[in-house]
Design a binder for this molecule. Structure first.
Ligand SMILES: [Zn+2]
Length: 101
């Protein structure tokens, strides 16, 4: 059964035995500590707007997908490695990990 519990940094430090960023937002997902990673990206729905329209390439022209802001906020729960850092390898290979377990 998949279980996720939002936890404080203290619990993550207890789990990993290392110091972690106290500003982070953490949870434990299936026993694996994860940290919320927030990224601002250009909207995939409208960032391909032709340059001649005069839009900033980093910012879409606006569409219903992004609420006409041209930018989107992506929130991802990323597993932490043994040092309490974002473990992007594990994040991008979640499916393989699931198969192995
Ligand atoms: Zn958009």
């Amino acid at each position: 059964m998949t279980q996720s519990n939002q936890v404080g940094w203290q619990e993550v430090e207890n789990l990993l035995g290392v110091r972690v960023d106290r500003r982070g937002t953490y949870r434990v997902h299936d026993g694996v500590p994860q940290r919320l990673h927030v990224d601002h990206t250009s909207c995939s729905g409208c960032s391909v707007t032709p340059e001649e329209w005069g839009y900033d390439p980093e910012r879409g022209g606006g569409c219903h997908e992004c609420g006409y802001h041209g930018r989107r906020v992506e929130r991802d729960w990323v597993p932490l490695d043994a040092e309490g850092k974002f473990d992007w390898d594990a994040f991008f290979h979640v499916d393989e990990l699931d198969l192995a377990s």
